[in-house]
Structure formats: C-alpha cells, structure tokens
Design a protein around this ligand. Structure first.
Ligand code: ARG
Length: 562
C-alpha cells in the first residue's frame, strides 16, 4: 500500500463526512520535511463542522490511530503525518521479496490490446539509427504496457512498397550486377539508390521511368514483382541479423506491401462520403478544417501513397485487434503525416482515430551533423554494435580479467549501452551518437547500472544471503531511506512512463536507484557484523530485483557478474 493510501485510511476513520478518495485528493506534501511527510489541510471541513480549521486539525490529530506512524501532529490548520521509516522499510522490502519481478505490476490495462508500430525500416536501405530509436522505444513501451496488464501486439510495418522501388528497379536495370547484390545486398542496393537519386536531378526522365516501374509493381507485373521480392528477401536477412543482436522480436511483419490489395475499402468510403477531390489529376482529401495541407490519396497515374497504405493499415489494425491504443513509434519528422492520417480517418467517421498516438522522437546526429541515407551520411548499425561490444570487452578485461563468459557479458553490456543511452533521452529530444559515452562505466549509462546490479549480486553471494519472509527488517539511516522511497515509487513511475509514452522515465528511475545504492554502499559497510546486517542485505537484494526489472522493461539485460 502506498503511503498516501495509508494516511487516507487513517483519516477516513475519523472524518465521516469525507470518503477515501476525497481525502486522498486533499493530501499534500508539506513545504519542508521538518513538518512531516504528508499533510492533510483541514480548511475544507470548516464549513461543514462550523469550526476553525486549526481546531479541526487539532481534533483529528488527537483522535487518529497513530500506530503506523512515527507521529501525527497538528500544526495550525494542517494535520501532519510523520511516516514510520522502520515500518515502511520493512513492508517495502517484504513486498519486493515476495513479488520478485512481479513487483510494480498493476492490472490497469485489464488485458486490452495495445498495437505498437515499431522499427519499420525501409527495404533495400541500411537499417538507420532512426529505426534503431523506433525499435528500442517501441520495444520498451511494449514491456511497460505489459507491466500494466495490457496485451501488446508489436508490428514491424516494413517500408517495402512505394515509388522508391520504382527507382531501385530502374537503377538496377541500368547499372545493377546480380552477383554483387547477392554478395552484399544492402550495400549494393544502397549504392544504386544513391546513384539514381543523384542522376534524377539532371535527368528527370529517369523519374518517369521509376514511376512506371512502380505502377507495374502495383499492377502485379511479373518482372517487377520478382525483383521486388528479391530485394525484400535479401534485406530481411540483414535486418533479422540486427534484431537477433538486439534481442528484439515482433508479433507481425505486415509491411506496406501487405496492404496493396486492402486499400480499396478505405478509398471507397472516402468516395462515398464525398471527401475525395480532384486536383491536377490526383485525388486529395481537403484538411483545411484541421489546419493541415491536403492529403494526397492517389497520384494522377493511379498509384497510391504512403498515407493511402496507412489508412488501410489503421482500419486493418482496428478490425483485427480492436485496440485500446494504437501507437506509432516514428520520428518527429513524420508528425504532419500522422496528423493527416488521423484527420482523414476522423473524416471517414472513425472516432477510434483518437486512440492513435504518434509517439514521436527527436533526431540522432553524429558529430552534431544530420544523418541522411540519400547523401550516404549514415551510421551503419552492425559494425556499430560490434564496436560497442568490443569496447565493453576491453573494459571488462581491465576490471575483471577472470570473469567467466566474458563474451556473453560483453554482448549484454555493449548492446545494453546503446539501448540505454537512447532510452534515457527524453523521447522528444534527439541526441548525438557517441559510442564512447554510451559504453562508459561511469555517468548515466547502461553499464553503470548493470555494474551496480552485478555488485549487489556479488555482495549477496559473499553473504550467502537468502531472504526470510519472517524476518523483521529494520533500517534507520538516511541513505537507506532514499532507496526505500525509490523502491516504493517504482509502480508509479511505470504508470507515468506509459501515460507519457516515454521510457526515459524508467531509465531515469534506474539511474537514480543505482546512484542511491552506490551512495549507500559508500556510507555503509553492508557485510560488517551488526544487528542491521540482515536488513542491509535485504535492502541490497530488493534493490537488485528492482534494478533488474527496470532494465528488463528497457530491453536491457542485467548480468549476474561483471
Ligand atoms: N518505413 C517508414 C520510415 O522509415 C516508417 C513507417 C512507420 N509506420 C507507419 N505505419 N507509417 O520512414
């Protein structure tokens, strides 16, 4: 039970005129901790009771059952509660120990579906850091929503359709080399893509040809389809290698192409509702009422667009999963697209479009420069992961050369470092991709937290500690109280992270908890003989459980030894 609840219940017994929720809503945090931990202002009772608030406060303080508190005192019009740190510490530690990795779970979601559109890289292009962000944010959100009792569906909405495939086919037919693509698919396809984009600037006829190829693709032309299928298959082999390394899985790989034969229904509704207008041969939906530019649904040659497929996708997801929320973890640069998408669906009469959330995130830069596939200025993910693992290995080698399973630990630390650095950033902000900072064991990093967790496990092994459900844990120092308060806060943090669709709240919580533990460790000789020894170990144990769980929510492993 949380502290507010405990205070509210004690108050409810002596204030018959207010119910529990009303009391809980009135509770405040006193301006200074000298005045206690939680305060109840008596003003609102003055009218009913026809007494001065000071008198009411004094009256309540006298009548209340204070057994669970250090003390309860009236100060002017407030009833101030001083929490009994001993009682709370004991309760919290026993709760973590009993619930283990279930600690912090709450069933607010009641099994409702949350669809998460994540990762969604574009075929025939390297997996970008932007897609990395989408992947790790989407995956963490899935873990967070599950922790709250939702059922999540992770969909990889592959970018495997669109005019760029017309460009690619054109380029391949002009300059492509089958053997080279087979040997090095994404590299080679990217070269072709960069080449044709440069060429198109001076030779617009190539653009017409590309459009024609895409048209053929949409119409099911054999040659176009075969080439497309080949590019797609080769790309997926590479993407899956990256997902394996990152430890990410999906429930569906329905990409844009999947919707090629499912767009008619949406277009028909738009037509029936008179929402489609002709503009220079193209079909558009006017969105002036939303302060948005018109959405183009069909080009003049009859081909469809990204948004056309997203309309079909949204309808399919609603029908298939009847979602409570449909989340799109996609970069900020697409915010207009998602506004238009929601607006069009709303116009079509789908009120559930209000449940679609664009979870947008900021740009990743490298040396403060913008990244761009088309200009070939990119961070390639595979070699980057390899380098992170290498750096992790070097540090482990220096710190703990005798460690068993060094490779596996280095993998967990290197990959965890990249993920954590991304997730600790407030999602709307971008960050500069700095591998050295990411893999550092100092500072607000994944390895720092993993190290704190491993240190705890090593202390527990030395003490051969096993928690005892009947023990009475007693802690009184300021450093342990900081930890207890954080442990107590965990479920609230998870809920806030879900409300804001922002895993960084969990990441910051993990940083705080690891830092608080390290402070405690610096102050207290945990293993020394003392009547408090069992309690200190229980505190370390509980911290370990919650650190590991917070990391798990972020998709980061917590090795037992480092
Ligand atoms: N493939 C797109 C891109 O890389 C992201 C797709 C996001 N999901 C969606 N349903 N539009 O920009």
């Amino acid at each position: 039970m949380d502290n507010k609840q405990m205070v509210a219940e004690a108050l409810a017994n002596v204030i018959p005129s207010l119910d529990l929720t009303a009391i809980a809503n009135l509770l405040e945090q006193p301006k200074s901790s000298d005045l206690g931990d939680i305060a109840f202002p008596a003003f609102s009772l003055a009218k009913v009771e026809r007494k001065a608030p000071q008198m009411i406060a004094a009256d309540i303080a006298e009548k209340i059952d204070a057994t669970n508190f250090e003390k309860v005192v009236a100060t002017g019009p407030y009833v101030n509660f001083f929490l009994d740190k001993g009682v709370i510490s004991d309760t919290v530690l026993h709760q973590v120990i009993a619930e283990q990795d279930n600690y912090g779970y709450s069933n607010v979601g009641q099994g409702q579906n949350v669809v998460i559109d994540l990762s969604s890289p574009n075929i025939a292009k390297p997996f970008s850091v932007g897609h990395l962000r989408s992947t790790v944010i989407g995956d963490a959100l899935s873990n967070i929503f599950k922790k709250l009792g939702y059922h999540t569906v992770k969909v990889n909405h592959l970018g495997d359709w669109g005019k760029q495939f017309g460009l690619l086919i054109t380029a391949y037919k002009l300059w492509g080399d089958k053997a080279a693509v087979e040997a090095n698919p994404i590299d080679e396809l990217l070269k072709l893509y960069v080449h044709i984009n440069a060429e198109v600037e001076t030779n617009p006829e190539l653009d017409d040809e590309a459009r024609l190829w895409f048209k053929k693709l949409e119409d099911g032309d054999k040659e176009a389809t075969e080439l497309w299928q080949w590019f797609r298959d080769e790309s997926l082999v590479e993407f899956n290698r990256i997902y394996d390394q990152l430890g990410i899985t999906f429930d569906h790989y329905h990409g844009e192409a999947f919707y090629n034969d499912k767009m008619d229904e949406g277009i028909q509704i738009l037509e029936d509702k008179g929402l489609l207008h002709e503009s220079k041969g193209a079909s558009i939906v006017d969105l002036e009422g939303y302060n948005l530019p018109p959405a183009m649904i069909k080009k003049s040659d009859g081909t469809t667009l990204y948004i056309t497929r997203d309309i079909a996708t949204a309808m399919f997801r609603k029908r298939t999963f009847d979602f409570a929320k449909s989340i799109y973890a996609v970069g900020q640069e697409q915010s207009n697209h998602f506004r238009q998408l929601k607006a069009v669906l709303k116009e079509m009469g789908f009120d559930w479009s209000d449940d679609m959330v664009h979870v947008e995130f900021g740009l990743v830069t490298k040396n403060k420069q913008k990244l761009s596939t088309r200009k070939g200025n990119i961070i390639l993910l595979e070699p980057t992961i390899a380098e992170a693992v290498e750096r992790a290995k070097n540090q482990i080698e220096a710190k703990n050369p005798d460690l068993e399973q060094k490779e596996a630990v280095a993998q967990a630390v290197g990959v965890g470092a990249i993920k954590f650095y991304d997730l600790k950033t407030d999602r709307r902000n971008g960050y500069d991709f700095d591998l050295e900072a990411m893999v550092s064991f100092e500072g607000e990093t994944g390895p720092y937290i993993q190290y704190a967790h491993a240190r705890i496990q090593s202390i527990l092994r030395k003490a051969a500690f096993t928690p005892n459900p009947d023990a009475h844990y007693q802690l009184s120092d300021a450093e342990s109280w900081e930890i207890i308060k954080l442990l107590q806060d965990f479920s609230r943090i998870v809920e806030r992270a879900a409300d804001n669709y922002d895993p960084s709240l969990v990441a910051k919580f993990a940083i705080n908890l690891a830092q608080s533990f390290n402070k405690y460790y610096a102050h207290t000789r945990i293993l020394d003989d003392s009547p408090e020894r069992e309690s200190r170990l229980a505190l370390s144990y509980a911290t370990g459980v919650v650190l590991k769980e917070a990391l798990r929510l972020l998709g980061v492993e917590a090795p037992e030894k480092m």
